[in-house]
Design a protein around this ligand. Structure first.
Ligand SMILES: Cc1ncc(COP(=O)(O)O)c(C=O)c1O
Length: 361
């Protein structure tokens, strides 16, 4: 068996311990004689899996009792519609547009009501987070929407926006569980699992209870109603059962490591290795304003497209894979999620040093 260092933005690297455990349990989960993939989601065995997954997640994030945890499907993109369909009571939402995913959510919200773009960083290719301390929040806004970590551009809100009392809705897909957060600051947060948590398809939404009502946009499909899933404890229909099982294992892995404060320290240490190198490099440079840098996604360039392409190709040849930047920005991007070992970042930096020596004039 040989595993590479996988710097993909998602689906992304998962903890090796989790994959090994899942492999060992593949044919016979805890004496049940079957795989979790083959199991009824209504069985006692599965009930324990999903109940423990929720309990461990609540523990990790200290989720207050007045928040529901929902395991949903359809990827994070489905939430771009579910959020306005469920939460736009006045049919007004204020959006901060800091990247492609934020833009897609903003465009989707326009189908269901008035979506106001109250701030944007598009003027500089989304390379920074705008000042959100005193934005023109609409009086009748149902919520303020952000994408907290911008996977493609590598920026992160270090301070949440001042929403002037409005509920904050955040897409946290690419920073979920990378550090502790205060859930009470959000009305709703959601994350597609395939970056920091598990297999694609699963979406985790954490929603304050009073936001879960029967008053949804006319015609909202049953499957997109938060109340349906909350009342059924995420078992209204067949959930992405195997995916949730893997997420549960990742939650236990995080707890065993010492929880999210420890994870944050590890992530800061890994990111510093890469950013410190970039800051002194004569060949490579980071593309993001320093104070807005993400701990999870690190875009960088040489300034020469051909050299960038050669870097990606040669890195792949030595087992450093998926370093090509998003097709909309080019260059390189190293996604260094929770499960990326420090050794992976060290290997990347060592390779960058060699490459720089070879290619500096
Ligand atoms: C921040 C963010 N939001 C949403 C998405 C879309 O997720 P999905 O493909 O699960 O719909 C992605 C990436 O894939 C993302 O990085």
């Amino acid at each position: 068996m040989s595993r590479i260092f996988n710097f993909s933005a998602g689906p992304a690297v998962l903890p090796e311990e989790v994959l090994k455990e899942a492999a060992a349990e593949m044919l016979d989960y805890k004496g049940s004689g079957m795989s979790v993939m083959e199991m009824s989601h209504r069985s006692k065995v599965y009930e324990t899996i999903i109940t423990e997954a929720e309990a461990d997640l609540r523990d990790l994030l200290s989720i207050p009792d007045n928040y529901k945890v929902l395991f949903l499907q359809g990827g994070a993109s489905t939430q771009f519609a579910a959020v306005p369909m469920n939460l736009m009571k006045n049919k007004v939402a204020d959006h901060i547009v800091t990247g492609q995913w934020a833009k897609k959510a903003y465009q989707e919200a326009q189908i269901y009501g008035v979506a106001n773009k109250i701030a944007s960083s598009e003027d500089k290719t989304f390379s920074y987070i705008p000042d959100c301390s005193d934005l023109p929040i609409s009086e009748d806004a149902d919520y303020v929407y952000i994408c907290e970590n911008n996977t493609i551009y590598g920026t992160k809100f270090k301070t949440l926006p001042n929403t002037k009392g409005k509920d904050l809705v955040a897409d946290v897909s690419s920073c979920f569980l990378s550090e502790p957060v205060d859930i009470a600051k959000y009305g709703l947060l959601f994350a597609g699992a395939q970056k920091n948590v598990g297999p694609a398809g699963v979406v985790i939404a954490i929603i304050r209870e009073d936001l879960i009502t029967e008053d949804t946009f006319p015609g909202t499909p049953t499957m997109l109603k938060y109340k349906i899933h909350a009342d059924a404890k995420s078992l209204y229909n067949t959930p992405p059962a195997y995916g949730i099982y893997i997420c549960g294992k990742v939650f236990k892995w995080l707890k065993d490591l010492g929880g999210l404060s420890v994870m944050k320290e590890k992530n800061e240490e890994k990111a510093a290795l890469l950013y410190d190198f970039l800051d002194q490099s004569k060949l490579f440079s980071g593309t993001v304003r320093k104070e807005d840098r993400s701990l999870m996604n690190v875009p960088f360039v040489t300034g020469n497209d051909e050299l960038d392409a050669l870097f990606v190709k040669e890195a792949k040849a030595v087992g450093l894979e998926n370093l090509k930047g998003h097709r909309s920005v080019g260059g390189m991007r190293a996604s260094i999620y929770n499960a990326m070992p420090k050794a992976g970042v060290e290997a990347l930096v060592a390779f960058m040093k060699d490459f720089e020596e070879k290619h500096s004039a």
